[in-house]
Structure formats: structure tokens, C-alpha cells
Design a protein around this ligand. Sequence first.
Ligand SMILES: *Cc1c(COP(=O)(O)O)cnc(C)c1O
Length: 461
Amino acid sequence: MNDCIGWLTASGALSDIPLQRLKFCVRHFLDSVRQSIQTNRETRDLLSDRQRLLDELAHFVRQHHRPGLRHVINGTGVIVHTNLGRSLLPMTAMEALHAAGARYANLELDLDAGKRGSRCHHVEGLLCELTGAESALVVNNNAAAVLLALEALASGKEAIVSRGQLVEIGGSFRIPDIMRRSGARLVEVGTTNRTHLRDYQQAITSNTGLLLRVHCSNYRIIGFASEVSNADLAQLGKKHDIPVMEDLGSGCLIDLSRFGLAKEPTVQDAVAAGVDIVTFSGDKLLGGPQAGILVGRKQHLDQIKNNPLNRALRIDKLTLAALEAVLRLYLDEGQALREIPTLAMIALPEAVLAERARALCEQCCALLADYAVCTVRSVWSQVGGGAMPEQNLASWAVVVEPIAMKINHLANRLRQASTPVVGRVEDDRLLFDLRTIAADETDSLLASLQTALQPGRGERS
Ligand SMILES: *Cc1c(COP(=O)(O)O)cnc(C)c1O
């Protein structure tokens, strides 16, 4: 053990690794060598070759010392990719993060009054201005927003929901489970495919606390189907003096139908329709940081703000800083579409993507000719994040078909590359959709492809 550390430090190859980590790695490496020595011939060979043993050890240390959260190139063409971090932040948000992290800020200080202020105050005005709502609140994420609103408005009471809207979002967020947790009693009405206004009407009792509408983000019921509009539901709620809440999921502020997508209900639409509380995510179509946003009537938002759960679910100051910067971009729609990466990627014209695919393919052909056949192909990108499941955007991809390597092996090696790359496996090919690959990522993509495709390179047993 000490010998190993001595060799490693003497060689200087790992001089940047803290000694504590070095010791930890050497212990683990030697343990694994001891364990496999009985059964594995290769390990016995390894022990007789000191230089190779040290190389393997150095590689093990390097792998172990890599940061856990790393840059991954997204070649999937799924813009809001949940596993790859959903939305990318615009530059102004990155600057705001830096400023808020490195300096003290007036997070909870009212500079005019010299008194304690509210952290949400910094974005509340913007949210009201952008959505037309009277009041707003931000929390950790949209799941938290829904939980908090249900607990504050409908705990111990009945909340009426259509059977067609009892969704599971993924990551085990299910509307019926959240309702149970909040203490609200779920009252299902209608059927899977059709729910009418009279279904809600007949279910209203003296103990009804909320009428809830949930956007079917990630699935569609097509064919013989109907649901009650938010305007009709809002009117029904008003008549019976019951608050109406709509969980929009994605929370779009701009109508994106001009880019060939179906019209998603915007937050402004829901507010204008008379919905009392609207909840949505910060990092789906809004294109900001992870956050849950609630906008609506002051009376209800005050009730939600005063709920003790609000403190447990509160937004972090870095998130708040980034969110404010993103919301400010929406004051100028053109600027939002240019600078917010999620929107800019949706807006990318097919012709630009075709051109980029052709240029990247040329580089691939020049570099990888011995190992793969590279071509271009038209593909469909997806918005992702459980938004617009059946909506696609015409795009272009570089297709890589390895000559002597199984496609799953290549995909695996690409994930292990120094800059990991995730593509789409189709038949025996890997596709890299240019829509989600930034122009300044192509050099790293090429380097990773080159390493991954060459047998033996960068590979260890
Ligand atoms: C995504 C989504 C949620 C959860 O939002 P998070 O920001 O992931 O917590 C809740 N409801 C709907 C309808 C959604 O689409």
C-alpha cells in the first residue's frame, strides 16, 4: 500500500490528487486486485508487470477523482431532457448566479424600509406583470407547488379531479399520491376519456375545497374524448365560491405554435380564463432553473404563503437569482426567444440544422473513416420534459454506423468518454441530432467519438 503511494507520488503523474483520496483509491484498487486474483488470470499477469499495474492504478485514481456531475453532450434531440438536466440557463442567468453566490444580497432585506423582506418579492412583480395575475409565489419545484397549494387550500376537504387527468409525471410524481399526502380527499369525476361540467357540478358538496385541473403533459387522450375548459371550470368555481386550480406542468409564457408545435395553453391564458391558482415548472418550457411557480388571486396566494409547508419548500437564493434573470428576458419576447436556450433550440430552423449536420458529418468522415460509416439523415426532435408528447420538430442528425463494433458497446464507450456523449440508438446506428448540440461542442463530440471507436484506446479492463 505505502509502496504504491510512494511510486505514484514519485512519478508525479497524480500530483494534483489530494493524499487522502490517493490512499482511499489505492486501498480500493488493491482490494479489488486481491479479490480477483484467485479467479482471474489477467489479474495474475497484471501483478507480474509492475508498470502496467501502476498504469492501471493511475487510471483508477483518475476515474475516481472525476467530478460526479459533468458536462454531457446531448445528441438525443430531446430539448428538455429530464436525465440530462432539463433546461439550460441563458447567459444573463449564469451571471446572476455568480453575483448572488459570491456576494451578500438583499435576499430577505427590504432595502427601502430597512426591515425583513420576503425572498419571493424579487420575482413576484415580474410574474404578475408577465402573467396578469394578482399575486405570485415561487418554491423548490412544481411538485412542491402542487403539494403546497393542495395542503393550504384543500387539506381535510375534498378536491375534485377528472379521471382523465390523474397523471403520473415520472419520478413517481402521481396526482392521487400527492393529494393523499396533502391531506386532501380525492374525488374523481367523469371517465378516462370524457368528463363534463355536470360531473364536477354533481360532485360538489359542502366539504369541497378545490376544483383541480391537471394538464396532461406527457400523454394524450385522442378520439372520443372531451374535457371541461379551464374557463368553464373557473365559472363553476366562482358560482359555488370554490377555488379553481390548474396545474399546467410546463408553464409556457409564449405561444410556440409559430414553430410548428400545437398551441400549448399559456400561463396568461389560464389566468385570463379566471383560474384562481396556476402552477408550473421553472425548468420546462419556461427555460429557467428548477423551480415551482404559483400565480393567481391574492386571497388564495396569501393563504398558500402562510402555510408552514412553504418554509420547508422554499426556493434557494441561487435559483431565485437565475429565475429573476430569465423572467426579465420575457419582458422582450424577441430577446427571450434568442437568449433562452430552450426556446432558441425550439426555434432553430431546419435549414440551419441540415447545414450543421452536413459540416459535422464531413469532419466525422475525415476523422473516423477507418472505424465507421458516417452519413446525415432527417430526424424528429422532441421538446421533452413531458411536454407535447406527440409533437415533433423537423431536424437533422449525423448517423454513425461502426464497422467493427456493436452499437451498444459504442454507446457505452461514448458515455464513458472524457466528455460523455448520449445519442439515439436506432437499428445498428447511433444518431446525433444537431438541435441539442451546441456549436462549441462539436470538437469535444469528435474527440469522444474518436476515442470511443478505436479499439483499446482509453479502455481498461
Ligand atoms: C412536470 C410536471 C409536474 C412536476 O413538476 P416538477 O417541476 O418536475 O416538480 C407537475 N405537474 C405536471 C402536470 C407536470 O407536467
